[in-house]
Write a protein of this length. Structure first.
Length: 144
């Protein structure tokens, strides 16, 4: 798979800029491993913004706790990893939740030192890469 295909599969659905990397706004950042122009364009009443291309448990944007007042964010911190590449999970970047689905590993990664989180999407990844993470595969149906 090419990185543009991963962007189109996981970031482009529901993006306000367009439905593919030919939208005119697409800007891939190799350091951030994602399209940095992605903006969530789907909102659910009571749940806020979410990413259509990501599975339940990994699609919500969370809250902006760094502003004057907490507000729902319209972006999500996603990092896309091609087959054979993985993020550096360690004491400072902790894999918390994980899910294997359709040939991809989805991981909610948290950096407690900076109070920052990501959704890592690893092509051909497996739960064996993150044995310390909670496998939410069996419970994902209970999440909204």
């Amino acid at each position: 798979m090419k990185i543009e295909e991963m962007v189109e599969k996981f970031q482009c659905p529901g993006c306000v800029a367009g439905s593919d990397t030919d939208c005119g706004a697409y800007r891939f950042s190799a350091t951030e491993q994602r399209c940095v122009k992605h903006v969530l364009g789907t909102i659910k009443a009571g749940a806020g913004s979410f990413a259509l291309g990501l599975p339940t448990g990994f699609c919500k944007s969370g809250w902006n706790q760094h502003g004057e007042k907490p507000e729902s964010k319209n972006t999500i911190n996603v990092r896309l990893w091609l087959k054979g590449a993985v993020p550096k999970w360690d004491l400072y970047n902790i894999p918390v939740w994980a899910l294997e689905k359709d040939g991809f590993l989805f991981v909610r990664t948290y950096a407690p030192r900076s109070d920052f989180s990501w959704v890592d999407v690893v092509e051909a990844g497996s739960l064996a890469l993150v044995p310390q993470a909670i496998n939410v595969g069996e419970d994902v149906g209970e999440m909204d």
